[in-house]
Every structure is written in C-alpha cells, then in structure tokens.
Write a protein that binds this ligand. Structure first.
Ligand SMILES: [Zn+2]
Length: 138
C-alpha cells in the first residue's frame, strides 16, 4: 500500500461508486485525502480508510478559460470555461476539484463559503472514460 498508483486506483474506484474516500488517524483523529499510510499530523501508522460525507464548502476558486491540454480535449476553452476550487470537507481536509453549476459568466458572484456536495463528472482522457471528482452547490 505504499504505492501511490494503488491508492490512486482505489480512490478512483470509489469515485466510480460515488464515494469519496480518504483516511483517518486513529491516534490523533485527523483526516487525510487522498488516504495516507502515515498520518501527516502525528506520524502514526494507526490509520483506517474512511468514506467522507461528501459535504464541504468552497474556500478558494479560479475560473479557467485557457485550459491545459487534457481539459481542452474535454471541450473546455475561452467560450466554455470551467471552475476549479479548493473545497474544505466537513471532516476537515481540503481537496481541489472541478466546481459545477457556477455562474461562470459572473465569476465575481461565486461566493467563498458556498455549501457544496460531491458529485462526479465523466471525462475522456487518453481515450478512456473516467469519473472525476467534482462538487456542486448543496
Ligand atoms: Zn495522527
């Protein structure tokens, strides 16, 4: 389980099932996402895999109209921008993800603190359809 690719695979397998997984340290109680084998807070190895509630709030965002190649291939461009945000989960850890259903014509109206709930967005990457983590207003 030291293998980052394996953790990544488990994370995406859970996402396909609509679940957001990470880890919880049984010594200090802190959560991590993606899951860790060693607690980044107290270095304990007394860890369990947990499923997050999927609820969180927006703490930062950016609207991207000049996307990287993979997102351009998915159909995003200056006429079809997308929003990426940092979401603080109800359990504490923060994760970056695409934020859906925002008014991208008026990005200044997107409010920090907006309550969000996890969802997934299907995107083709290298010819493979895959579910990616996303959030939308709760
Ligand atoms: Zn810990």
């Amino acid at each position: 389980m030291n293998d980052y690719a394996l953790v990544n695979k488990e994370f995406f397998r859970a996402l396909e099932a609509g679940e957001l997984i990470g880890s919880k340290c049984l010594d200090c109680g802190e959560f991590s996402i993606p899951q860790r084998e060693i607690c980044p807070f107290c270095h304990s190895t007394n860890i369990e895999v947990v499923t997050f509630s999927g609820k969180g709030k927006l703490v930062a965002y950016t609207v991207i109209s000049v996307p990287p190649v993979k997102m351009a291939q998915a159909g995003y461009d200056s006429k079809n921008p997308y929003c990426v945000g940092i979401v603080e989960l109800a359990e504490g850890p923060r994760i970056s993800a695409q934020i859906l259903e925002m008014d991208l014509a008026h990005p200044e109206a997107i409010a920090i603190g907006t309550e969000l709930v996890m969802t997934t967005i299907q995107r083709e990457e290298d010819g493979v359809q895959k579910a990616y983590l996303a959030f939308k207003p709760a």
